[in-house]
Design a binder for this molecule. Structure first.
Ligand code: NDP
Length: 273
């Protein structure tokens, strides 16, 4: 019987997940269908219950339901616990097992696809929302020399740094405190780019030869990437690789086979111009 999977979010019209998982299923010859569900606000549990009752085996979860998925789960991985949010669910008998693959997908994209090891580097993360939370443990596992979280709302960055302190050299600051500091890798994990805005990051944060990574994807040259380019940074990336890598992690977790990601990333890449 064909197994059923889906991504749930609201809105969901923009999602690339059915395309990505469809391509993965094709190349790995897995018998499954993967659809998109527009979840009803306030009705997350009922919508997931209905999908499970109809034979659903697993789900990806996107905004605004990542916290509700955390609450819905009966078991949560350490990554999901650190993130406080869930982007993948697996249904086994009565169990609802929760994972968060965003951070591991991002790390894999940076280290493997872009050939940029985090070990021993100075890493700056802009933003302290869900994506930053999810990235923290996978980043620290790579043993950077320092990891600084800068956020508009300083308390959120401080709380996150405190939570992760046992796992590595992580600290928090406001944007103004970044003056005079330089980093080898700068991640824009704010949602500013989704509105064409630039977080108030000083242009001086980029070390010559730095990588500037925008977590948003498909937006071309965002204000953050433009700032990096203007300061002479030529290693620019957006989150398309992260998107495809987190999908591959979920696919492997559900199906026991990891699809090749390169051709799918290539297919979804929008030029950074
Ligand atoms: P959240 O809403 O959880 O967090 C948003 C963060 O952005 C907060 O830290 C907020 O600061 C900050 N922020 C928003 N606007 C501005 C601004 N104008 N200036 C400075 N800071 C700002 O979002 P997510 O963490 O879920 O998403 C963050 C980004 O990551 C988005 O672009 C999203 O598209 C991308 N993403 C990409 C994925 C991929 O697969 N490629 C997967 C998941 C996310 P404050 O706390 O002060 O409000």
């Amino acid at each position: 019987m064909t197994d059923r999977y889906a991504v749930i979010g609201n809105p969901i019209g923009h999602t690339k997940s059915p395309l990505i998982h469809g391509l993965f299923a094709e190349v790995t010859q897995q018998d499954l269908v993967y659809t998109a569900i527009e979840g009803r606000i306030g009705q997350f549990a009922a919508d997931v219950d209905a999908f499970r009752a109809a034979g659903g085996r697993g789900m990806n979860v996107t905004a605004p339901f990542k916290l509700e998925a955390f609450a819905y789960a009966t078991e949560r991985s350490p990554r999901a616990q650190m993130a406080g949010a869930v982007n993948a669910l697996k249904f086994e008998d009565g169990r609802v097992i929760a994972e968060n693959f965003d951070g591991v997908g991002l790390t894999r994209d940076v280290v493997h696809n872009l050939g940029c090891p985090l070990k021993g580097t100075r890493v700056l993360v802009l933003g302290a929302g869900g994506a930053a939370r999810g990235a923290l443990l996978p980043f620290l596992e790579q043993q950077p020399a320092t990891l600084v979280i800068a956020n508009r709302t300083l308390e959120k960055a401080e709380a996150l740094a405190k939570e992760a302190a046992a796992h590595g050299p992580v600290s928090a600051c406001g944007y103004a405190d970044l003056e005079g500091r330089r980093f080898d890798i700068v991640f824009n994990a704010t949602s500013a780019s989704l509105r064409g805005e630039l977080p108030p990051v000083p242009a001086s944060v980029f070390e010559p030869g730095a990588l500037a990574y925008e977590l948003a994807y498909g937006k071309g040259l965002t204000p953050f990437l433009r700032l990096a380019r203007q300061t002479g940074v030529d290693r620019l990336a957006d989150g398309v690789g992260m998107l495809v890598e987190q999908a591959a992690e979920a696919f492997a977790w559900w199906r026991g086979v990891r699809p090749e990601t390169g051709p799918v990333i290539e297919r979804l890449t929008v030029p950074l111009t």
